[in-house]
Ligand binder design. Structure first.
Ligand SMILES: Cc1cc2nc3c(=O)[nH]c(=O)nc-3n(C[C@H](O)[C@H](O)[C@H](O)COP(=O)(O)OP(=O)(O)OC[C@H]3O[C@@H](n4cnc5c(N)ncnc54)[C@H](O)[C@@H]3O)c2cc1C
Length: 455
């Protein structure tokens, strides 16, 4: 593909000698320590095109960085060039059309805060410092997803810089196939420099979390499963197995002990909230910790930020499940209990609702019929070894593997091409590879969960 002559780079180009280089190469996962040759901090689509031209001229590997939360650290590359979008974080909300135009460096905290000024929101991630960009391009699953779909289902348009340096406006009219690919195909097709989202009215949210002692985890997971099976789409549920932190909301005697809980958020009529949430509070008797209440949406979106602080060293394993039977629950509980680190945890999120309304061929994110998603996070300290807790995460993941019906591209580690393929059914994969061959035939964007171009 012929490269275009770009406008001059007007951003900031950092090299290993530049002040601020070490901060700029740091990503969310504290176990990633890579040293790029250049970090091109871009301020515009023109800068992105110029940075890609620089990489081409020097034959450098390219990494693209939005919020920097890729667990395997795809957003930073040894010896290559990072297209750093962190300075492009403007969020413009139009309450009249209920749309928002969001820069590729924005976090969900910034997006949510701007949209909530107008009582609006779109489905986003559950940790507020995660980037809008990477999360949306891989799918985007969060509290609002059963009600309003994935983040990518709410993506209306994008501005994108191709591997050849062309700046394009993409929507369902100008290039429906590329738009299809941006809704779940990850960062394979170019650098997105602006996202346009649909927004929905979202007010204060009845919800929160209740915890029982960890010994009751199997009962808690069964309750989560049974409530979720009957729940309307307005109810979002997550089962949690974690260790009680030394936080003010935890009674002294429970600190450091294993807990099992259910997190919930109700987006329906406020008059029905008590009826919907009361089984969570009381079906298993009085919980040890009851934090159900009514939260501003931004508070809900930040409510578990402390469970995943910047710099945490972690290993993540995840799958989509067709179902959650008793044997899987028992196996999951047994291995989850073997975690060693107080920050390691296991989540099971109920899917369905609006996620399943969209046909599997309508977006590159295709695992629409899955009913649960597991998320297993193994954590270790700077002084510790990753091995034992990573091995624990893999064992715990294996406990439900027989019920897996695919995996989530945004929850993959660097697990090889076979696992990336599990994120897509074969017809989706063939379409993605053909789209890749059209947009990026030389696979410039390969430092990612890669879809190689069809030959
Ligand atoms: C603590 C934590 C919580 C999470 N919670 C959720 C959650 O609730 N729901 C969920 O769905 N996922 C969640 N994830 C997974 C998350 O979706 C992915 O890690 C995602 O890649 C993060 O996006 P980012 O922009 O922060 O990451 P980055 O590391 O900046 O980007 C990841 C990859 O996305 C691509 N990319 C990023 N920006 C662009 C761009 N502008 N143009 C083209 N490609 C780009 C690149 O390939 C890049 O390597 C979570 C991850 C973490 C670490």
């Amino acid at each position: 593909m012929a490269a275009l002559a770009p406008a001059p780079f007007a951003g900031t180009l950092l090299t290993p000698d530049s002040p601020g280089y070490d901060d700029a190469r740091r990503v969310y996962n504290g176990s990633i320590d890579r040293r790029p040759a250049f970090i091109a901090r871009c301020g515009s689509a023109d800068d992105v095109a110029a940075a890609l031209a620089l990489a081409r001229r020097h034959d450098l590997a390219v990494a693209v960085r939005g919020g920097g939360h890729s667990i395997p650290g795809w957003s930073v590359v040894d010896g290559g060039l990072v297209v750093d979008l962190t300075a492009m974080r403007e969020v413009r909300v139009d309450p009249g059309t209920r749309t928002a135009v969001v820069g590729p460096g924005a976090t969900w905290a910034e997006f949510d805060a701007a949209a909530q000024q107008h009582g609006l929101a779109t489905p986003g991630g559950e940790i507020s410092h995660t980037g809008v960009a990477g999360l949306t391009l891989g799918g985007g699953i969060g509290w609002l997803s059963r009600m309003h779909g994935l983040a990518c289902d709410n993506l209306l348009a994008a501005e994108l810089v191709t591997a050849a340096g062309e700046i394009r406006w993409v929507d369902d009219r100008t290039d429906p196939e590329l738009m299809w690919g941006l809704r779940g195909g990850g960062g394979n097709f170019g650098v997105v420099t602006s996202f346009t989202f649909a927004l929905h009215p979202v007010g204060p949210v009845p919800g929160g979390v209740v915890f029982h002692r960890g010994e009751r985890a199997a009962e808690v997971l069964r309750l989560y499963r049974d409530l979720g099976a009957a729940a309307p789409r307005q109810l979002s549920l997550v089962a949690v197995q974690a260790t009680a932190p030394p936080a003010p909301f935890v009674p002294e005697e429970l600190r450091g002990r294993s807990l099992a809980g259910i997190s919930a958020a109700w987006f329906g009529d406020a008059a029905d909230a008590e009826r919907m949430l009361s089984p969570i509070r009381s079906a298993l008797g009085r919980p040890e910790i009851d934090m159900l209440g009514v939260l501003p949406y931004c508070a809900l979106q930040q409510s578990v930020d402390t469970s995943a602080p910047w710099g945490m060293r972690s290993h993540l394993k995840s799958d989509f499940l067709d179902e959650l039977d008793d044997a899987a629950i028992d196996a999951l509980v047994a291995t989850a209990a073997q975690r060693r680190h107080p920050m390691s945890h296991v989540l099971v999120r109920r899917l369905g609702g609006a996620i399943a309304d969209v046909g599997p061929a309508r977006t590159a994110f295709a695992h629409r019929s899955a009913t649960h998603m597991t998320t297993i996070v193994g954590v270790w300290d700077a002084a510790g070894e990753p091995g034992p807790e990573s091995a624990w995460a893999r064992r715990t993941w294996a406990a439900t593997r027989r019920l897996a019906c695919g995996t989530y591209v945004n929850h993959l580690e660097d697990e090889g091409g076979g696992r990336v393929r599990e994120a897509y059914p074969s017809t989706t994969w063939a379409r993605l590879a053909a789209l890749k061959a059209r947009l990026d035939p030389e696979n410039v964007f390969r430092h990612n969960q890669n879809v190689p171009p069809a030959r």
